[in-house]
Design a protein. Structure first.
Length: 170
């Protein structure tokens, strides 16, 4: 970026995973949300419980911004850690919006809804990595992310590369 160029918007990273999650998945999602927020990223998710809530809580506790794209018509349905709730009224079809709003996606465990987000992201050309991969997404050839630090670094590098190698901030 040269002087006079507008600043780059913050990176947007979707954290996707099950509304029902294991304690380990919740711990990982919370730590990932915090790491992404500490790096200046906006954490995008589906806005409800489980992995979504844990990632949003981690991000907000690190003074980060969270965007929740909700399946129903009521923004008050968002978990209390969502900064900006968007009530889509689209049901599960909102999964396409979650991944379209992101520049990189990290799946933390998950089930069928997560699998749909992974598939949509791959179809849209959005980079996808898996932290604590579930049996549903292990065979898909995703970047296997060994820990939270690696997952955050991978996501931010994917955003940087998607922006043509440009920096992520002012």
């Amino acid at each position: 970026m040269t002087e006079g160029d507008p600043p780059q918007p913050p990176p947007r990273v979707a954290v996707v995973g099950g509304g029902r999650a294991t304690d380990e998945e919740l711990r990982l999602a919370h730590a990932l949300g915090a790491a992404l927020a500490a790096a200046g990223a906006v954490v995008v998710c589906g806005g409800l419980g489980g992995v979504m809530e844990a990632a949003a809580r981690g991000a907000r506790e690190a003074d980060g911004l969270t965007l929740g794209l909700l399946p129903g018509p009521d923004p008050r349905a968002a978990n209390s850690w969502i900064s900006i709730p968007i009530a889509t009224g689209m049901g599960e079809a909102r999964n396409a919006l979650v991944v379209r709003a992101a520049e990189a996606v990290v799946a933390v465990g998950g089930e069928w809804g997560t699998l749909s987000e992974v598939a949509l992201a791959r179809k849209m050309g959005v980079p996808v990595g898996a932290l604590a991969p579930s049996r549903l997404i292990e065979p898909l050839g995703l970047s296997a992310l060994s820990d939270v630090t690696r997952a955050a670094e991978w996501a931010l590098e994917a955003v940087r590369m998607g922006r043509g190698g440009a920096g992520l901030g002012p």
